[in-house]
Design a protein around this ligand. Structure first.
Ligand code: PGA
Length: 257
């Protein structure tokens, strides 16, 4: 059985520690005892210590939006995995489309980060997804296949099945509407098939594939009903605690897989 997940990256939408504190407290008030759905938030690095205090005894876990692909050394401006571990991060987001496009993140460093996440006891949330032009040229699936192979390269089966794959078609991020539910379900089925071919049935049954890209309280209702959609990764429409809770409620009621 795959436990459903609702995660939210705050990106830089929440851009002050005060605002982060308020949002964290609001979320905790509404959801600190909710154990039926796995929940996490990913604030900016300097907000993490404050949130770790607020969420100390909460079911809501937290993590980071990125980390360095090396453990230590001369990497100016980067954040070492050990520091995230010391701050109590349970998750680390890796390879978001914005990092791939604005910060030149490549599959090879994404793979290094995934391996380091496991070394430091954190769950990697690895973002994959085709761009608009890949979709137009009908090469979206090839691109996704390659991203999955890179993400999981060199992992043991035990670790591979703990990875959270966040399918985020780049053309659906930051828009008014999400990709259609059928499109997402089809892609998630494809992703699961690739995992099955590469790592076997057991891993493919256990690995969780969540959808991101303009998820809202409204569209999450239909997304939650689909067999291969194990949760959602929310951006803008999950920043208010009540919205995040509505999305969690939808997944709480969804199928048992
Ligand atoms: P969005 O962001 O919900 O604001 O589209 C999603 C994401 O990039 O994960």
């Amino acid at each position: 059985m795959r436990k459903q997940i609702v995660g939210s990256s705050w990106k830089m939408h929440i851009n002050s520690i005060n605002m982060a504190e308020e949002t964290g407290k609001d979320l905790n008030k509404l959801l600190s005892d909710e154990s039926r759905v796995e929940m996490f938030i990913l604030p900016s690095f300097p907000m993490i210590p404050k949130l770790s205090e607020i969420l100390k005894n909460s079911c809501i876990k937290y993590g980071a939006q990125n980390m360095c692909y090396e453990e230590k050394g001369a990497f100016t401006g980067e954040v070492p995995p050990l520091v995230l571990k010391e701050l109590g991060c349970s998750y680390v987001e890796i390879g978001h489309a914005e990092r791939r496009s604005y910060f030149n993140e490549r599959d090879e460093s994404i793979n290094k980060k995934v391996r380091l996440a496991f070394k430091y006891g954190m769950i990697p949330v690895v973002c994959i997804g085709e761009e608009e032009r890949d979709k137009k040229e009908n090469i979206g699936k090839i691109k996704i296949r390659s991203q999955i192979l890179w993400a999981l390269n060199g992992l043991t089966k035990e670790d591979a099945q703990e990875v959270i794959l966040a399918y985020e078609p780049v053309w659906a991020i930051g828009k008014e509407e999400a990709a259609s539910v059928d499109y997402v379900e089809n892609m998630h089925g494809y992703i699961r098939d690739i995992v099955k071919k590469e790592l076997g049935e057991e891993v493919s049954k256990n690995i969780r594939i969540i959808y991101g890209g303009s998820v809202s309280p409204e569209n999450s209702k239909e997304l939650s009903k689909k067999e291969n959609i194990d949760g959602v990764f929310v951006g803008r429409f999950g920043l208010r605690a009540e919205n995040f809770k509505s999305i969690v409620d939808n997944f709480k009621k969804s199928k048992i897989k």
